[in-house]
Design a protein around this ligand. Structure first.
Ligand SMILES: Cc1cc2nc3c(=O)[nH]c(=O)nc-3n(C[C@H](O)[C@H](O)[C@H](O)COP(=O)(O)OP(=O)(O)OC[C@H]3O[C@@H](n4cnc5c(N)ncnc54)[C@H](O)[C@@H]3O)c2cc1C
Length: 502
């Protein structure tokens, strides 16, 4: 049995941020996550480090939090943030009156703006629709959520924090009405581990109500699914937003060599039962091509979706719900932290840990806004220019990942999951989406004695099924041709999916 002071359930940005803050204030803790880091909304988001301008008109409080955190994260998480800047573009038909409100609201919450003529905006982003009437420059940035979570985790681990990845909390142990520990199931071996702690934090985002239920509590949530598509090219070097009230498909974010376009907002009941619908892809591409006309003829490599953990409100419209956050003390040793944004994860963690320090009757200042995240050099494997130095033994041609990169991750993490290698190296994130490199990475795992041949077939099958769910909605044009080739490799050459194949 593992004993600690604080057990954190959930390894998204919120949970990892809490782990780092606890570590810096000297509180022993353990984090449990049912997947890899960022397996929930954090890894399924747009990767936009909001300036807050998107919320300035409708949710000024959340907008103010965003702009303050935006500048903090630029400093402490330099290697996760690309200071792209952002443009809100007004297209023919978009209300000029809304633009005036937008500028006034940004000023009120302290977000700097600069109105640009169409020609100036086109100088900055040549792929923009030449018909734009105006653009407003704001301090939006692009952020890598996987790297952000891992660096928060490294900061915690350096100070003794513990982590259990791929372990699902299936029970919250209660004694005399108090939550005193959890049981977590290893997803690979089904083995159950028991942890005891003085305080348990439910940082499970969209799963918040399910996990609160394990502790005899409930939390008021609205679950809003959002879908996104990824293009094969980086069509813009700046974040592009449509200058109108928040709606579907009005944000394009550059990320490494690609662009992410989203999103939709659809109420769902179960965060484990979501998929991208073809109609959402149509909406996203139609809206995106209004801002960047080349969008519709650019190859899509994948679509994905995630669920926003929003606070319940009287409004039926999920876009009208505040992006603010709330901490709930269930008065039995269990706390839930809900809502918020990736952009405000650090602030959420700070407020949560302030509450814990009060519970323990301890005093220690929060340092997370000043101290840079540990391990940034180690995890700054991208951009491509860095990888061009070493082209020996390439395993993933799209993202230039080498055999030694893969071996390093396997040695460091002891993982049996392809996704863990992907998140740490970008293996399989390019146009073929792991079609060529997945079986090679599994071969390396097998060579290193980490998995048996039977296990590796099981892992491969699970991975391919998950991969296909993301690729399916984006299958047309060149991506469809590529997918046929990948299908021949797995089904024809490797005989997977046949009656005799495994
Ligand atoms: C489509 C979309 C786009 C978005 N875009 C942006 C954006 O561009 N910028 C921005 O600032 N915000 C954005 N957001 C919001 C942002 O992603 C979320 O607010 C934030 O990531 C939530 O983080 P979290 O750690 O609270 O939750 P999550 O990231 O969902 O983490 C919860 C974790 O708990 C784990 N878990 C659940 N149950 C259990 C269990 N029983 N045992 C163990 N682990 C468990 C899950 O696997 C998950 O990893 C977006 C959200 C969505 C859905």
């Amino acid at each position: 049995m593992i004993k600690t002071d604080v057990i954190i359930i959930g390894g998204g940005a919120t949970g990892c941020g809490i782990a780092r803050d606890l570590a810096l204030r000297g509180i022993p803790h353990y984090l449990i996550e049912k997947g890899d880091f960022a397996a929930g909304a954090t890894g399924a988001c747009h990767g936009l480090l909001h300036s807050g301008s998107r919320y300035a008109v409708t949710d000024p409080e959340a907008a103010k939090e965003c702009i303050e955190e935006n500048f903090i994260l630029r400093n402490i998480a330099e290697k996760c943030v690309e200071k792209t800047g952002g443009l809100f573009v007004r297209l023919p038909g978009d209300s000029k009156r809304f633009m005036d409100r937008f500028l006034k609201s940004c000023e009120d919450v302290g977000i700097s703006t600069e109105v640009l003529s169409p020609s100036r905006a086109l100088d900055l982003v040549p792929a923009l629709n030449p018909m734009i009437e105006e653009a407003v420059k704001v301090p939006d940035c692009s952020i890598d959520p996987f790297r952000l979570c891992m660096l928060n985790a490294i900061s915690s681990r350096h100070r003794g924090g513990g982590f259990l990845l791929h372990h699902e909390v299936i029970e919250i142990i209660q004694e005399k009405g108090r939550c005193i520990g959890v049981k977590a199931k290893d997803k690979f071996t089904s083995q159950i581990k028991e942890l005891r702690g003085k305080i348990i934090i439910n940082a499970t985002g969209a799963w918040g109500n399910l996990v609160a239920g394990l502790g005899g509590a409930s939390v008021p949530m609205s679950l809003s699914k959002g879908s996104l598509v990824i293009t094969n090219h980086r069509l813009t070097n700046m974040v592009i937003n449509r200058l109108r009230p928040p709606s579907d498909g009005d944000i394009i974010v550059p990320n490494e060599a690609v662009c992410l376009c989203g999103t939709t907002s659809i109420t769902v009941m179960n965060p484990d039962d979501i998929k991208v619908e073809p109609l959402e892809i149509d909406t996203l591409t139609t809206e995106a091509e209004q801002m960047i006309p080349r969008f519709s003829t650019t190859r899509m490599i994948r679509a994905y979706c995630g669920v926003r953990p929003l606070l319940k409100s009287a409004s039926e419209d999920t876009r009208a719900i505040s992006r603010g956050f709330r901490i709930i003390d269930h008065k039995n040793g269990l706390f839930s932290i809900l809502g918020g944004k990736l952009t405000t994860y650090r602030l959420m963690a700070e407020k949560m840990v302030d509450v814990i320090m009060d519970q323990f009757g301890k005093k220690a200042a929060c340092l997370t806004a000043e101290l840079p995240l540990d391990g940034q050099e180690e995890l700054s494997g991208y951009p491509l220019s860095k990888r061009l130095k070493n082209l020996d033994d390439i395993v993933c041609e799209c993202e230039l990942v080498t055999k030694s990169d893969v071996k390093n991750v396997i040695n460091r993490t002891g993982t049996k999951y392809i996704e863990d290698i992907q998140h740490r190296t970008r293996l399989g994130m390019g146009p073929c989406q792991g079609g060529f490199c997945t079986y090679r990475a599994l071969g390396i795992m097998q060579e290193m004695g980490r998995v048996s041949p039977e296990d590796s077939m099981r892992i491969l099958k699970t991975f391919l099924e998950k991969r296909f769910r993301g690729i399916r909605p984006a299958l047309w044009g060149d991506q469809l041709k590529e997918e046929q080739l990948v299908e021949y490799i797995y089904m024809g050459i490797l005989n997977m999916g046949s009656e005799t194949g495994k």
